[in-house]
Design a binder for this molecule. Structure first.
Ligand code: GLY
Ligand code: MN
Length: 462
């Protein structure tokens, strides 16, 4: 945990955001796998972690937005608990540890919240993404479960997004620690990959790296020679010569800050001509996108610039045709790059998307486009110092999608479907780095993970 002053300062800033009333922050509870006492690894709610720090189940926090008083709520361990868990600090001691002014039981919290509501004070809640917390929040407030997510406080969510979007120095340190784990993960993966090795063996080795570092994966690993399936979570394939392996994986630091990195590399360790030509297009577009990140620049514009670069490259190869700028305006490129350039990252790998993707990624007069491809852009705002975003363009040959478009003769002015035929078996590639926006530009977080053709081939020979 960070020093208590950090949590106190974060809450003080939220209390100064101009809101009035009481903000309620439920921590998470255990999620059973198959019976009550046999649970998935515990993951605390990120907003609770941000303001109240404690990484264990069953706690709630409140912040009085008028007085700035914070209270931690929960039950002290009973002797029965202690027999199984060993000695535990009291809720009062835990409150002190994060600089909160008071502590109390969950029953007392219910009385306080219901009295606040009756007394005409606004009780601000956030959308609840876990069924258990919807149920607990409904019971706490005396409302139906449907009502919990029907009327969350948009004002509270926006104030938190404003605060959590710009990462403080201690958060950047944590994000860097997660990058060190990612670096080790890709060292292992690039050394292990060769024809005949199973996806499962590599995925297991990556979990070993994460577990040895003491944290969790920041999301389920995507590791596949069928990168054209964007979120392929099954690791049931065997690596075959001639294919590209795509690994999209991440780790959490001990304080639960994420990394999210994607690399795509040839199973053989050497790019063949077709792989080299396509990879160069993606690599150049991804490098240019990272370089374009800077304060004051619209992430939507960087997405579109990246799409244009990919369309230019594909036009040079004869896969696309016509004017690449017109192709991107029309959305023709999206058959090869059907997702967005990236998302915010922090305590959540898709930071704060639990509040609603549009609340985090749109606003400032930027509306989500309905156009296929651009509609999948999760984050479209203007970059600011302290933002951390992923930059993750991809280049895919998705047979089902290409067949559909071909049958519909969709965008045939921009796509040479006859030429595409010889790429139908290629699969897909994505490249992803995590970028911190600084005062005058940006830098890629982490110690550097092989990405250029030369660096990947060298890493895979070592
Ligand atoms: N790394 C997985 C994702 O960003 O969706
Ligand atoms: Mn990502």
């Amino acid at each position: 945990m960070f020093d208590s002053t950090i949590y106190a300062a974060r809450r003080a800033r939220l209390a100064q955001s101009g809101l009035s009333g009481v903000a309620v922050f439920p921590g998470n509870v255990e999620a059973p796998m198959n019976y009550t006492d046999n649970c998935y690894p515990f993951r605390q709610d990120s907003t609770f972690l941000y303001y109240f720090g404690h990484d264990l189940p069953g706690l709630w926090g409140t912040l009085d937005l008028d007085t700035g008083e914070a209270v931690l709520w929960g039950e002290d361990a009973t002797m029965d608990d202690i027999i199984w868990t060993g000695p535990l600090p009291s809720v009062a001691q835990r409150a002190e540890r994060v600089g909160a002014q008071g502590s109390g039981s969950l029953r007392a919290l219910m009385d306080v919240l219901r009295a606040a509501g009756k007394g005409g004070r606004q009780v601000h809640t956030l959308p609840q993404y876990r069924a258990e917390n919807r149920e607990r929040m409904a019971a706490m407030l005396g409302v139906s479960q449907d009502a919990v997510n029907a009327a969350p406080s948009r004002a509270l969510a926006l104030a938190i997004i404003d605060q959590r979007s710009c990462k403080a120095p201690e958060e950047i340190d944590e994000l860097e620690k997660a990058q060190l784990v990612s670096r080790q993960m890709y060292d292992v993966a690039m050394r292990m990959a060769r024809p005949g090795v199973t996806e499962r063996e590599i995925a297991g080795a990556l979990t070993g790296v994460v577990a040895r570092a003491g944290g969790l994966h920041s999301f389920p690993t995507i590791l596949t020679t069928h990168g054209e399936t964007l979120h392929q979570h099954a690791h049931d394939g065997v690596l075959e010569a001639g294919r590209m392996l795509l690994i999209d994986s991440g780790a959490e630091s001990l304080e639960h800050y994420a990394s999210d990195i994607t690399r795509s590399f040839p199973v053989n360790g050497r790019f063949d001509t077709r792989q080299r030509e396509l990879y160069a297009i993606l690599h150049d577009a991804q490098v240019a996108a990272c370089e374009a990140c800077a304060p004051g620049v619209s992430f939507r514009d960087i997405h579109l610039k990246t799409a244009r670069r990919i369309a230019e490259g594909l036009t040079e190869l004869g896969i696309m045709r016509g004017n690449p700028e017109d192709a991107v305006d029309a959305g023709a490129h999206a058959v090869f790059f059907p997702h967005g350039l990236g998302h915010m990252m922090g305590l959540d790998v898709h930071d704060m998307e639990g509040f609603g993707e549009d609340l985090v990624g749109y606003g400032e007069g930027v509306e989500r486009s309905p156009q296929f491809g651009l509609s999948a852009l999760r984050f479209a705002r203007t970059l600011q110092p302290g933002h951390v975003v992923t930059v993750e363009p991809g280049l895919y040959f998705i047979p089902a999608l290409l067949d559909k478009w071909k049958t519909e003769r969709r965008h045939e002015a921009f796509i040479d479907y006859a030429r595409v035929e010889s790429y139908m078996d290629f699969g897909g590639m994505r490249l992803e780095d995590d970028v911190l926006i600084t005062g005058d530009g940006a830098r890629i977080l982490g110690p550097g993970i092989p990405k250029s053709i030369e660096d990947i081939e060298a890493a895979m020979q070592s």
